[in-house]
Design a protein around this ligand. Structure first.
Ligand code: ADP
Length: 297
């Protein structure tokens, strides 16, 4: 989905965000980003690019030192922080940071109870979130006793139960075995929520996201349609990333279709099969802006 021009469609607006850690590390160097409701954004970049630091700002865990973050027209500040946390849910990379009660159900109820919802509403949300992540049968178990994949899903449920408008995930598939990974991708694909996913799992980003934002050294270096960015090998390599395997399969499929169409005599005068095939397989040609950002348009 492309961002709409209506101001109401804006879920998050980050303006000129700068952040320096106490030891002097300059982690964010002027990040500006607008996220529209309904978008699914892959936040990509090498280790140390600033992804986690940016995520920490989106629900106010880390306070902006320079610039501002606006969530649905509320600038994050002391007096808006509680409301902001109900709208933006962040799922940490390590689920052990999010599971500390005596049962999974209580872990999931923690957020809704903090929102001072009625116990009936808390129970409704817990049941729904457990069902969404497929953990109904394990509701009474302590989170500590779950498998890693189950812990990841329980941590996600704990955030889903708050019914956030924006779900921010830090490495949702890290350390998962292939089957748990597939089930996580399916689960996330089925969620009707604005998503920001920081990941090194390029196949996840390819499958799930319609927009990619690439961070490197505290700056946004590319922002555009996910598929255009992720098939651009030069761009991906320049920022320590790989073209997703699924993209390579997809491109190979396109090439086969192309050959097939030519053999069947469906090619256009210039030898291209169909406009769609040729445009989809076209290597991404970024347009570099004066600020150094590359846009895939
Ligand atoms: P990413 O999530 O993209 O790997 P981070 O946001 O974790 O990147 O890190 C951005 C930069 O900030 C890196 O240079 C990292 O070393 C530094 N950094 C992260 N956390 C801290 C911290 N607590 N203190 C000092 N520097 C930090």
């Amino acid at each position: 989905m492309t961002p709409s021009a209506t101001p109401d469609a804006t879920a998050i607006e980050v303006r000129e965000l700068g952040y320096r850690y106490p030891d002097g590390t300059n982690a964010l160097k002027g990040i500006s980003l607008r996220v529209a409701h309904g978008e699914r954004i892959a936040l990509l970049g090498p280790n140390g690019a600033g992804k986690s630091t940016l995520i920490g700002h989106l629900n106010g865990i880390t306070r902006a030192q320079q610039g501002s973050i606006t969530i649905e027209q509320r600038i994050i500040a002391a007096e808006t922080i509680a409301a902001v946390r109900e709208r933006v849910g962040v799922v940490c990379q390590d689920p052990d940071n999010m599971l500390f009660m005596t049962s999974v159900a209580d872990d999931i109820a923690f957020g809704p109870r903090n929102m001072r919802l009625t116990e009936d509403e808390v129970a409704r949300r817990v049941a729904l979130a457990l069902a969404e992540v497929g953990l109904v049968d394990l509701a009474a178990k302590p989170g500590l006793h779950l498998s890693f994949g189950q812990k990841k899903r329980a941590a996600l449920a704990a955030v889903l139960a708050m019914e956030p408008a924006v779900l921010v995930l830090d490495e949702p598939t890290s350390n998962l075995d292939p089957r748990s990974k597939r089930s996580m991708v399916e689960l996330l694909s089925g969620l009707a929520v604005t998503l920001i996913v920081a990941t090194h799992d390029m196949d996840l980003a390819w499958t799930l996201c319609d927009r990619a934002v690439v961070l490197d050294d505290g700056r946004i270096v590319a922002d555009g349609p996910a598929r255009d960015i992720m098939i651009n090998e030069a761009l991906m390599h320049r920022h320590g990333l790989e073209v997703p395997h699924l993209a390579l399969h997809w491109l190979a499929g396109r090439a086969t279709l192309h050959d097939h169409e030519i053999k069947r005599g469906h090619a256009g005068a210039d030898g291209r099969a169909t406009a769609e095939a040729s445009i989809s397989a076209r290597p991404y040609a970024p347009h570099r802006h004066a600020d150094g950002t590359e846009h895939a348009h």
